[in-house]
Design a binder for this molecule. Structure first.
Ligand SMILES: [Ca+2]
Length: 142
């Protein structure tokens, strides 16, 4: 994606590793705008920030999530490229951030337990804008 470019896509809740088609470049600055809700097995619906206190079996299984320290069903991101695959990072509802991840393909998923994505429903509506050179670094939220 070129400087000033933008892309919009849906991240399905039941995809354990969604390929955005976007190649993250080193030292570029990206603005992420995330909207929507998804469901793990049954309501209530959960936003991109996830649920910090899901209770029950989910609290007990919290250690097995893709990113154990992040809230249940929060939106996660990582990159996969020539230099390797990064760990998962919390993206949540987005904001503006400089890429400190290794360059590569942007992948996203819900913070669920691998093998238990089949019972998820819904999707997050994600817009990524390359704002490199436009300033405003560190401004969070939309
Ligand atoms: Ca699930």
């Amino acid at each position: 994606m070129e400087q000033g470019g933008s892309r919009r896509f849906l991240v399905p809740a039941d995809d354990p590793c969604f390929d955005s088609g976007i190649d993250i470049q080193p030292d570029h600055i990206y603005r992420f705008i995330v909207k929507g809700q998804w469901i793990d097995l049954r309501p209530p619906a959960i936003g991109p920030e996830g649920d910090r206190n899901p209770g029950g079996v989910r609290a007990l299984a919290g250690w097995a999530k893709r990113l154990p320290d992040a809230p249940w069903m929060a939106l996660l991101m990582r990159t996969k490229g020539m230099a390797g695959t990064s760990g998962w990072h919390l993206l949540g509802k987005g904001g503006t951030l400089q890429s400190t991840l290794p360059p590569g393909r942007l992948q996203l998923c819900a913070n669920d337990v691998l093998g238990f994505y089949f019972n998820n429903k819904g999707a997050m509506d994600v817009t990524v804008i390359d704002v490199t050179g436009q300033g405003q670094l560190g401004v969070a939220g939309d």
